[in-house]
Design a protein around this ligand. Structure first.
Ligand code: B12
Length: 215
C-alpha cells in the first residue's frame, strides 16, 4: 500500500501507534512535513468525516482519529513552526463559541508561526468578548476564526460585527476558515480573508498584512 494510503488508513482506524511510526519513517526518508499532512493525514480525516455523515462511523472513532492526528501533529509541530525570520505581525486565533474542533485551527497556528507570525491562540469556544479582549491586550491587527459546524459557522458574522464595533477591533483584518465555509460565505459575513487550508492561510494572512500597510 502506498505510504499516504497507509497514513490515511491509520487515521481512519484511530491507530495512534502506526500513525506515529509512519510519520517518523516518512520524515526520516526525507519527506516534508506539509506533504505528510496534506497527502496522508488530512485525507484520512476527510474519509472518516464522510463515513460519519453516512452513519457508518461514530463519535468514539472520530475521537480516536483525532488522538492519532494530534500525536502526529506533535511530531510535525517543530518542523512546521521552525522559523528564524523577523515577526510578520501578531495574529489572534480561535475556534468560535460552541465549537470544540481545533485540529484545523491548530494546524493554521503552526503554519503561521512557521512563516514568522506571532500567534495568540485562544483555543476553542471563543466568543466576541474573548477575541476583543485578546486584541486589546496584544495590540494584534490580525485575527483568525475557525468553525467546523454549520451552527457555529452561522455565528461568525455576528462575532465579526461585534469585534468591528469595539474600539480595539476597528480596522482589524479578519480571516475565517473551516470545512463548511467558502469564499462566498466569508465575503457575505464581512470577513477580509478566507483560506481552504493551512498553506493557503499563510498566503491569506500575508495578504492581510500588506493590506494593513497600504493606507
Ligand atoms: C475530528 C472530528 C471531531 C472530533 C474533534 C476533535 C478535535 N480536537 O478537533 C470530535 C470527536 C470531538 C468531534 C465532535 C463533533 N463533531 Co466532528 N468532526 C471531526 C472530523 C472527522 C474531522 C475534522 C478535522 O479535524 N479535519 C481536519 C482539519 C485539518 O481540517 P479543518 O478543520 O477543515 O481545517 C483546515 C481548513 O478548514 C482550514 N482552516 C480551519 N480553520 C481555519 C481558520 C482560518 C482563519 C483559516 C484561514 C483557515 C482555517 O485550514 C485547516 C488546515 O488545513 C469532521 C469531518 C471533516 N472532514 O471535517 C467532523 C465534523 C466537523 N463533525 C461533525 C459533527 C456533527 C460533530 C458533533 C456535533 C457530533 C456529535 N453529535 O456530538 C460534535 C461537535 C462537538 C462540538 N461542540 O464542537 C460534522 C459537522 C456537520 C455540520 N454540518 O455541522 C462533521 C463535518 C462530520 C460530518 N461529515 O458529519 N468531531
Amino acid at each position: 500500500m502506498p505510504r499516504d494510503q497507509e497514513l490515511a488508513q491509520g487515521i481512519i482506524r484511530g491507530d495512534r501507534e502506526s500513525v506515529v511510526r509512519l510519520t517518523r519513517e516518512e520524515l526520516d526518508a526525507g519527506r516534508e512535513a506539509v506533504g505528510i499532512l496534506n497527502e496522508g493525514l488530512i485525507p484520512g480525516m476527510d474519509v472518516l468525516g464522510e463515513r460519519f455523515a453516512r452513519g457508518e462511523a461514530f463519535i468514539p472513532e472520530l475521537m480516536a482519529a483525532a488522538k492519532a492526528m494530534n500525536a502526529a501533529m506533535e511530531i510535525l509541530r517543530p518542523l512546521l513552526e521552525a522559523s528564524g525570520v523577523e515577526s510578520l505581525g501578531k495574529v489572534v486565533m480561535g475556534t468560535v463559541k460552541g465549537d470544540m474542533h481545533d485540529i484545523g485551527k491548530n494546524l493554521v497556528c503552526m503554519m503561521l508561526r512557521g512563516a514568522g507570525f506571532e500567534v495568540i491562540d485562544l483555543g476553542v469556544n471563543a466568543g466576541a468578548e474573548r477575541f476583543i479582549q485578546a486584541i486589546e491586550e496584544s495590540g494584534a491587527r490580525l485575527l483568525g476564526m475557525s468553525a467546523l459546524l454549520t451552527t457555529t459557522m452561522s455565528r461568525m458574522g455576528g462575532i465579526i460585527e461585534e469585534i468591528r464595533k469595539s474600539r480595539a477591533g476597528a480596522g482589524v483584518r479578519i480571516a475565517v476558515g473551516g470545512a463548511p465555509l467558502d469564499l462566498a460565505y466569508a465575503n457575505k459575513i464581512g470577513a477580509d480573508g478566507y483560506a481552504k487550508d493551512a498553506t493557503v492561510a499563510v498566503e491569506c494572512f500575508k495578504g492581510l498584512v500588506a493590506a494593513l500597510r497600504t493606507p
